[in-house]
Design a protein around this ligand. Structure first.
Ligand code: CAA
Length: 385
């Protein structure tokens, strides 16, 4: 039975900052941000937005009256959780008008969460072929104003509808994974911003890729020649390149050049949005599907990495008629219609938070789903009529 991603949705906040302006404000050479890190723009979420509202926005794009009733599993992968107990997915059941007969929960393992959800969804559909699963990655990457990680912030969400006979990506059920207890990046429950040993996290990421790629080749008796595209978790666009470069000189030059070209297509959107944490691998997939020279039934590999750390490499096949199931024009328009804000406006938003008793003023809302108020310490959400 063929199982995989049938539809993909992507949500990006409506505001962004220009990283040349950020570099100037921080007295850093702009080339460090645009070339050394490889980022141009960074999404800035509004105060009424969080992992729940952004998840609802991307999921809204993959749902219709036909597929909604078949959904039996809803998983939100996030490390930007709004509640220590209640899962983001439970809010979505009401906001998105999903059937009550669903298992809805949240998965956390840093940037690996959505991949864990996707693999779980694969097994769910294998056992229940008449059902579909909704897997959503939704995060706000926050390191703090004037920190080394600031340039690698971002926000957004990717929704994947997983079903039998998928129209976008067939998962090959070939995968290798590993876990090590590593202190490269973490966010204690008391903190709204992450702590990272930045350089160390780079080393662990690259080491996980090298280890898993070797395991994958050994397990399935394949080489780089069996793939025309390798997708990576992209905390910032230079990062995946560091992993890809470990293949240079170890595989034929033509193959390396092909993989490098395809990598460039996969990072185009991330460069202009920033880190989506667990959604960034899947934003790379969307970017490749939109910007790449995609061949029918192309074989690809996907490297997922979540600090802490869990990594996985799996393979998949792009389906020939995917363009009818990914709203390419909509995504391009959402990206191009965004509004640039000043660095001081971004700092102002970053420093604020919605508190108990606060009610969102409707005229401030520019999205479909929003946090309407916090009442008795409970977050309440609404959809614009
Ligand atoms: N022109 C061009 N390039 C320049 C430059 C200039 N003027 N100045 C510096 N550079 C280059 C450097 O040579 C360096 O390139 P390489 O990485 O290829 O060596 C690059 O710009 C970055 O420079 P530094 O290493 O000096 O930068 P930094 O000390 O400010 O730290 C960082 C960079 C470690 C990525 C930091 O932003 C950070 O801690 N980010 C958060 C952690 C992170 O994103 N880790 C990624 C893997 S972990 C993960 O994946 C989990 C997750 O999603 C969070």
């Amino acid at each position: 039975m063929d199982i995989g991603i049938d539809r993909l949705g992507f949500y990006v906040p409506k505001k962004y900052i220009d990283l040349v302006e950020l570099a100037n404000k921080r007295n850093v050479d702009p080339n460090k941000f645009t070339i050394g890190i490889g980022q141009s723009k960074q999404a800035v979420p509004d105060l009424y937005q969080d992992a729940v509202t952004m998840a609802a926005e991307s999921a809204d794009q993959v749902l219709n009256d036909d597929n909604r009733k078949d959904i039996g599993l809803v998983i939100v992968g996030t490390e930007s959780s709004v509640d220590e107990s209640k899962a983001a997915a439970t809010y979505l059941v009401e906001l998105l008008n999903l059937p009550e007969e669903v298992r809805a929960f949240e998965i956390k393992e840093a940037c690996y969460g959505a991949t864990a959800g996707l693999q779980m969804a694969y097994n769910f559909v294998a056992m229940n072929p008449d059902k579909k699963a909704l897997v959503i990655a939704s995060d706000i990457a926050r390191y703090g104003v004037n920190t080394p990680g600031e340039v690698t912030q971002g926000a957004g969400s990717v929704a994947m509808l997983v079903s039998e006979n998928p129209h976008i990506l067939k998962l090959n059920n070939k995968s290798v994974y590993m876990t090590r207890n590593v202190g490269d990046f973490w966010r204690p429950t008391f903190s709204k911003t992450a702590f990272a040993r930045g350089k160390y996290s780079n080393e662990v990421y690259v080491d996980f890729f090298k280890t898993l790629w070797k395991k994958f080749q050994d397990k399935y008796d394949v080489t780089a020649d069996d793939f025309s595209t390798m997708l990576f978790h992209i905390p910032y666009t230079k990062m995946g390149m560091k992993a890809l470069r470990t293949l240079e000189g170890n595989i034929p030059d033509d193959k390396y050049n092909e993989l490098s070209d395809h990598y460039q297509a996969s990072i185009e959107i991330s460069r202009n949005v920033g880190n989506l944490y667990t959604g960034s691998l899947y934003l790379g997939l969307i970017s490749y599907l939109i910007n790449g020279d995609v061949k029918p039934n192309e074989q690809i590999s996907l490297f997922s990495y979540g600090s802490g750390a869990v990594g996985e490499i799996y393979s998949a096949e792009i389906q020939p008629d995917y363009t009818g199931f990914l709203n390419i024009d909509f995504i391009k328009k959402e990206l191009s219609d965004r509004q640039k804000i000043s660095i001081s406006d971004y700092e102002d938003i970053f420093g604020k938070e919605v508190k108990n008793g606060d009610v969102t003023v409707l005229s401030d809302v520019h999205d479909k789903y929003y946090l309407s108020e916090i009442k008795e310490n409970e977050r309440l959400y609404k959809k614009l009529k």
